[in-house]
Design a binder for this molecule. Structure first.
Ligand SMILES: NC(=O)c1ccc[n+]([C@@H]2O[C@H](COP(=O)([O-])OP(=O)(O)OC[C@H]3O[C@@H](n4cnc5c(N)ncnc54)[C@H](O)[C@@H]3O)[C@@H](O)[C@H]2O)c1
Ligand SMILES: O=c1ccn([C@@H]2O[C@H](COP(=O)(O)OP(=O)(O)O[C@H]3O[C@H](CO)[C@H](O)[C@H](O)[C@H]3O)[C@@H](O)[C@H]2O)c(=O)[nH]1
Length: 345
């Protein structure tokens, strides 16, 4: 396969984008990263430089800034785009719905308009398993009915619809939409990982903060679900596996006249109590927890049917929950002692 000169990676210093940058580079692609640091830190570039041992092509810009994006496309010969830049917090989206629409839908609209103007028609888009509701039993296939219950999910659903309309009008475009289940872990090197600007609300970063002594205990949101131990079941997926899935999707798009929507997950249901035990094992410390009532909007169980990604892309997750906890802990304990990054909230 003749590889394209350059991939534009938006949200490149974010949690998943930074891991995709490494996976793309290691697979032989040239990467131009763009981010406005709305939810990441310039220090991520230091970790990436060490990992990739060379200068990075990076531009600080807002994906919704059409002039800046157009100038970027004019400066670089971009062949395809991986679009991670977005706002991603469900509770925050309830408080800032207009911002979520502006960044997640408006940013995608601007990006695709600029791509069209520069004749770039290959796109990998980050969607989410948060589009699937609670009414269907897992494992969830891509054709499961969607239940949009908050502005974050709505913004991703609108992104998917925008891309479907674009594909209908311009059949030369090729779009891979990837719906991830629960990203977890960090790069095995310990040099990059998750470090958002706001307070952590997902399970694994909260576990890490308890292990670091930054929280006295983990709040377990409900132990009365109809699940084996009463806590919520999720499909946790190592962030490096997600990154590898993106590389596979991109390679497929460049080779085949194909557009698709695929789940990225492991297909394994893991409970909150099982995650607590796995994290305690990884960090060698007890993880105290207290059970409180269910968190509004949580479903009892969500895990993927991953057979389509395996068939279409030949992709399958390689890393288990123990590896996710080990790598999360390696990253957090190293970052905690490093002055390069601000302390977690
Ligand atoms: N982490 C998850 O749980 C999860 C699950 C499913 C889907 N996703 C999706 O995956 C993508 C990446 O998520 P993540 O976990 O890496 O999030 P993240 O917040 O760590 O990364 C997103 C990056 O985009 C940047 N960004 C935000 N607005 C921007 C703008 N207007 N212009 C330029 N850059 C901007 C942020 O600074 C950040 O670095 C997002 O689209 C998210 O919705 C995430
Ligand atoms: O402090 C915590 C945090 C989480 N949980 C529980 O841990 C499980 C996982 O919760 P997360 O917040 O880590 O993840 P969610 O499944 O709620 O949602 C995440 O994964 C979804 C994909 O399925 C979407 O992408 C969404 O945006 C993203 O936050 C849930 O049962 C939740 O109740 C706790 O008990 N205590």
């Amino acid at each position: 396969m003749s590889k394209p000169a350059k991939i534009l990676l938006t949200g490149a210093t974010g949690y998943i984008g930074s891991h995709a940058w490494v996976a793309l580079s290691q697979a032989g692609w040239d990467v131009v990263g763009v981010d406005n640091f709305a939810n990441s830190h310039p220090a991520v570039l230091e970790g990436l430089t060490r990992l990739l041992s060379g200068p990075l092509m990076f531009e600080c810009a807002d994906v919704g800034d059409a002039a800046a994006m157009s100038a970027l496309f004019a400066r670089h010969r971009i062949d395809a785009v991986m679009h991670f830049a977005a706002l991603k917090s469900v509770p925050e989206s309830l408080l800032r719905p207009l911002d979520y629409m502006a960044v997640n839908v408006g940013g995608l609209l601007t990006l695709t308009q600029v791509m069209q103007a520069h004749n770039v028609q290959r796109l990998v888009f980050s969607s989410t398993a948060a589009l699937y509701g609670a009414s269907q039993p897992p494992p969830l296939r891509e054709d499961a009915a969607l239940e949009i219950s908050h502005p974050y999910a709505r913004s991703k659903w609108m992104g998917e619809r925008l891309l479907a309309d674009l594909l209908a009008a311009f059949p030369a475009w090729r779009v891979a939409t990837l719906r991830y289940f629960n990203p977890a872990g960090a790069h095995e090197s310990g040099l990059i990982g998750e470090r958002p600007r706001g307070p952590a609300d997902n399970l694994m970063p909260c576990l890490g903060e308890v292990a670091l002594g930054l929280r006295p205990h983990l709040w377990v949101y409900g132990r009365d679900y109809p699940t084996p131990d009463g806590t919520g079941l999720r499909d946790y997926l190592h962030v490096q596996d997600i990154a590898d899935g993106h590389v596979s999707a991109l390679e497929h798009l460049m080779e085949q006249p194909d557009s698709f929507t695929l789940n990225l997950g492991r297909g394994e249901a893991v409970s909150v109590l099982q995650m607590i035990a796995a994290y305690a094992q990884a960090c060698g410390r007890p993880i105290p927890y207290r059970v409180i009532p269910r968190r509004a909007g949580d479903v009892a169980a969500s895990w993927a049917d991953c057979s389509q990604a395996a068939q279409r892309l030949g992709w399958q997750a390689q890393r288990d929950v123990a590896a996710m906890c080990r790598d999360s802990w390696r990253w957090l304990s190293a970052a905690q002692t490093s002055s390069a990054l601000p302390a977690p909230t």
